[in-house]
Design a protein around this ligand. Sequence first.
Ligand SMILES: NC(=O)c1ccc[n+]([C@@H]2O[C@H](COP(=O)([O-])OP(=O)(O)OC[C@H]3O[C@@H](n4cnc5c(N)ncnc54)[C@H](O)[C@@H]3O)[C@@H](O)[C@H]2O)c1
Length: 333
Amino acid sequence: MKVLVAGGAGYIGSTACSALLDAGHTPVILDSLVTGRAEFTRGRIFYQGDIADGALLARIAAEHPDISCAIHFAALIVVPNSVSDPYGYYRENVAKSLEFYHNLLAHGIRRVIFSSSASLYDDAPGFKVTEESPLNPRSPYARTKYMMETILRDFTAAYDMRALALRYFNPIGADPALRTGPQIKEPSHVLGKLVSVAEGALDEFLITGTDWPTRDGSGIRDYVHVWDLALAHVKAVESFDDALLALGTDYATINLGCGNGVTVKELVYAFEKVYGKTLKKREAPPRDGDVAGSYADAGRAAALLGWRAERGIEQGIEDALRWSRVRDSIIPD
Ligand SMILES: NC(=O)c1ccc[n+]([C@@H]2O[C@H](COP(=O)([O-])OP(=O)(O)OC[C@H]3O[C@@H](n4cnc5c(N)ncnc54)[C@H](O)[C@@H]3O)[C@@H](O)[C@H]2O)c1
């Protein structure tokens, strides 16, 4: 199948393109490279431009009339930046997605797979969340995701369009074949920071927040290997119609996580075990906007997509470390 991949030059999108190619599908990448990398599009069909550029989308649709669905990864994703620049985030994520969905419809692309986020969920007793658990997006970033989901649901109700919103938990690692991986040199997420400490780019690792009501007081997350996440997109493309048919709806949300909660302290311990050395670390108060966290009830993904995460955190850590050793040769700046 031919699949339009908006944001296919980014971390998760480029990994999904590799998985699509491996499965015999053809990704057509649309990416502005605002945070994505041209190196990740090498040898792939690639259009550089904005998702809101109607003329470019018309050209893509004319040159690839056989596109059967679109995956929408394109977004700005840094939570603190969304707090300091809500205008930029609502414009880039919400306003541009509105145009993108509209233009997809205009060109007859009626199946949409959307990258949503577990950051939509409210705190849940026991930390496990199903797709029906209460939402409480607590940052402008999370609220853009909520709005992008809402618009998509309204489009599917009003127009001839169907959509799956995939709510990712916490992606870690890199393509095991090391074609792509996290492109940011100094990532702000927890595993990226651990790698930076291991490499000497950071002095110490801060365990921010140690009074949460979790088993050891540190935040709890559901770390899912990015290759598992990529494979979920292949399943979503291949079983799109069946999944919605089974539900009898035109729109569905699906959690993509392992279904296991791992605390930050447990992740640090696993990292030290894989890395073979202990890291300098310190406990610190939570950062603004931090939450205790959640992990996925992953039952719907298994039932509708036939997908389950297969890789544990150790493999995610190992692949993140392997990627950090080759990153500079693949992305030279
Ligand atoms: N990384 C995470 O922890 C995480 C967690 C949950 C959900 N998500 C979602 O997954 C998606 C991909 O995230 P990622 O980690 O790969 O981020 P990323 O920044 O690596 O990738 C985003 C890609 O979209 C492109 N892009 C952004 N705005 C664009 C625009 N207006 N037009 C065209 N291209 C544009 C960027 O250049 C980049 O290649 C995002 O929608 C993000 O919100 C990510």
